[in-house]
Design a protein around this ligand. Sequence first.
Ligand code: MTE
Length: 316
Amino acid sequence: MLIRRPPDISPSEITPRSAYLRRRDVLAGGLGLAALAMLPTKKAEAAPLAATKSPYSTDEPATRREDATTYNNFYEFGTDKGDPAANAHMLKTSPWSVKIDGLVAKPATYTLEDILKPVTLEERIYRLRCVEGWSMVIPWIGFPLADLLKRVEPLGAARYVAFETLVRPEEMPAQRGLFQPLPWPYLEGLRLDEAMHPLAILATGMYGETLPNQNGAPLRLVVPWKYGFKSIKSIVRISLVEKQPPTTWQSSQESEYGFYSNVNPEVDHPRWSQATERRIGEGSGLFAKRRPTLMFNGYGEHVAQLYSGMDLRANY
Ligand code: MTE
């Protein structure tokens, strides 16, 4: 889904983790705290999370953790699949807060701890189908987005939910370069009834641990029946609004990316077919096995009624 490409960064230009940690130690001794504060922060270690099993999980085998955490889209850290894993350690995820505003009776700015206190975490093993033609199966840990929205009491006039990722150029390299792959902040949106659907979750972990930064720590959306770009990462603001909100990919390339972006093998992307997909881990290049893409990514029995009577070609 790349629109424009930055000049390539060769792997030799990326500082290995061991080297930058060593450099921090040397500088801490020699230059003092001011210099240290300018260096990338140490990567947060993933912590184990307890979660109950969910009846919504697929029984397909999960993608290898190694693949799901090194083959990512998170353009704030660069446009190559390896960039998020190489660069996202710079993101400081604690303290973290999320502002919830707009058409709600109880607007609030919640800390991550406030958000998580009353929720029961569940493991949801979901298929994720990227618009680029590949897919993964990921054991997320999260809770229904509806649980959080109910706490702020949406008003009758609220019809859509808008989401926003943070803007922090000092920690997100692609937000400060000469070349900016997208306009920031990264924006996404759902219709309110989609957002209230029990399959839509906010994830805070995967593979039994807290989310790695490259996968959207500390809090990201997961909407399994839509193309992956709807699942916005590292959320800092959620607004309930009356009109359909702008979204990053739709604003960037409206003819290619619609607001709904439901997985649909019958509606091709203007530049490629969406009929089949490559499951990450099932061979690569010429040897990659392709499997048929399923309507609503296989979640039709749960979500098809949200769109009854709608022309899914016009509302792509
Ligand atoms: N969220 C933000 N803030 N920035 C991004 O570039 N990329 C999206 C989505 N969320 C993106 C984002 C795309 S295109 C996909 S396919 C998924 O994240 C990928 O999630 P994953 O890397 O955890 O598999």
